[in-house]
Design a protein around this ligand. Structure first.
Ligand code: AMP
Length: 212
C-alpha cells in the first residue's frame, strides 16, 4: 500500500478522500489542520499561539510544522499513512523527503487534487464538518449534503462550520496556496512522485481514480 501525500487548494476535498481511503484501507490519517484545531480546542500553548494565524488564513511556521510531523511519523512505526495538509511549503517538502529517508520509508506518492479558485471558494463557503469524526459535507453541493440538515450521516453528531471558512480567510489561504504550495507540485514532479487528479467531479468518481 502506497503512502499518500495530498496536495490541494483549500476545500478541494482532501479530508473527504482521506476518509474514504481510511474506511477502505485503514490508513493512518495525519491531518495537520486537525492536529492544530485539536490543540486550539484543548487550549494548549501551541493552540493559543496558532489560533490567530489559522483564523487569518496564514501559515504556521515551518519549524513548528516539521516538528509536529516528525513526532507523528515516528509514532506510527511504519504503518501506511496519508499526509493531509503537509507539506505546504517547499522547505516542508524537502524536510519531509529527508525524514522519510531517515525512517527508511519509500513507496510514497504525491496526489495533486486540482481545482480552480471559484470552485474551491464555493466548497469552502458551504463546508460543514462533523464535530466528532471530522467527516466533511457541503450545504451547496447536492451530492455532499448530509441526509439530515446539520447532522453527520456517519455518527449522528452535530456538523459545524470552520472559523476560517469565510471569504476573507479563504482568499488568503488560496493566495498562500498559489505562492507557497504550487512549487511543491513541481518539486514532486521533478522527483517523479506526482499524480494529478481533477477534483471537479463526484467524490466517488475521484476516489476510484485515486484507488487506481
Ligand atoms: P487545513 O485543515 O489543512 O485546511 O489547515 C487549516 C490551517 O492550519 C491552515 O490554513 C494553516 O493556517 C494551518 N496549517 C495546516 N497545515 C499546515 C502546514 N503544513 N503548514 C503551515 N500551516 C498549516
Amino acid at each position: 500500500m502506497k503512502n499518500i501525500i495530498f496536495i490541494a487548494p483549500p476545500a478541494a476535498g482532501k479530508g473527504t478522500q482521506s476518509s474514504l481511503l481510511i474506511d477502505k484501507y485503514g490508513y493512518e490519517h495525519i491531518s495537520t489542520g486537525d492536529i492544530l484545531r485539536e490543540e486550539i480546542m484543548c487550549g494548549t500553548d501551541l493552540g493559543k499561539s496558532v489560533k490567530n494565524i489559522i483564523d487569518n488564513g496564514l501559515l504556521v511556521s515551518d519549524d513548528i510544522m516539521i516538528e509536529i510531523i516528525k513526532n507523528k511519523l515516528e509514532s506510527i512505526h511504519g504503518k501506511p499513512f496519508i499526509l493531509d495538509g503537509f507539506p505546504r511549503t517547499l522547505d516542508q517538502a524537502k524536510s519531509l523527503t529527508m525524514m522519510l529517508d531517515s525512517l527508511n520509508v519509500d513507496n510514497t506518492i504525491a496526489i495533486n487534487l486540482e481545482l480552480n479558485e471559484e470552485d474551491a471558494m464555493k466548497r469552502a463557503l458551504g463546508r460543514l464538518t462533523c464535530s466528532t469524526c471530522g467527516r466533511s459535507y457541503n450545504k451547496y453541493i447536492q451530492t455532499l449534503k448530509p441526509s439530515v440538515d446539520n447532522v453527520c450521516d456517519y455518527c449522528g453528531e452535530k456538523l459545524i462550520e470552520r472559523s476560517d471558512d469565510n471569504e476573507t480567510s479563504f482568499k488568503k489561504r488560496y493566495d498562500s496556496f498559489l505562492t507557497n504550495t504550487l512549487p511543491i507540485v513541481k518539486y514532486y514532479e521533478s522527483i517523479n512522485l506526482l499524480v494529478n487528479v481533477d477534483v471537479n467531479r463526484d467524490s466517488l468518481v475521484i476516489f476510484k481514480d485515486i484507488m487506481e
